[in-house]
Design a protein around this ligand. Structure first.
Ligand SMILES: C[C@H](O)[C@H](O)[C@H]1CNC2=NC(N)=NC(=O)C2=N1
Length: 101
């Protein structure tokens, strides 16, 4: 079920570093390409377990995640913020530092 604007505000406050871009939340990390591939594999394993999947953009020195819920009409849900927290934990384990963009 989509979150209300008030709920989104509260969830963002609990997910520091994640930025709202329309109906998705995004965060980028500095990581070199091959390390990014390894992190993506780890994220994908967790995504399969929780049944929720981010949009992923890997560049030479940067890895960006965008999360929204397709099943809710591309709106933000609690599952998006749950996955965001999991991605933060995986990023820390991979030594990927958050960056703007
Ligand atoms: C059937 C399956 O659980 C759904 O298609 C899941 C899979 N992963 C998903 N991931 C995201 N981000 N949004 C969804 O709506 C979604 N739906």
């Amino acid at each position: 079920m989509p979150l209300t604007e008030v709920e989104i505000g509260a969830a963002l406050a609990e997910a520091p570093g994640w930025r709202r871009e329309g109906d998705e939340i995004t965060r980028s990390y500095a990581i070199r390409y091959h390390g990014g591939v390894a992190m993506i594999v780890h994220v994908a394993d967790v995504e399969r377990l929780v049944g929720h999947h981010a949009d992923i953009d890997l560049r030479w020195d940067r890895l960006r995640f965008g999360i929204t819920t397709h099943d809710a009409g591309y709106r933000l849900t609690a599952a998006d913020f749950d996955l965001a927290r999991r991605i933060d934990a995986i990023a820390a384990a991979h030594g990927a530092e958050p960056v703007d963009g």
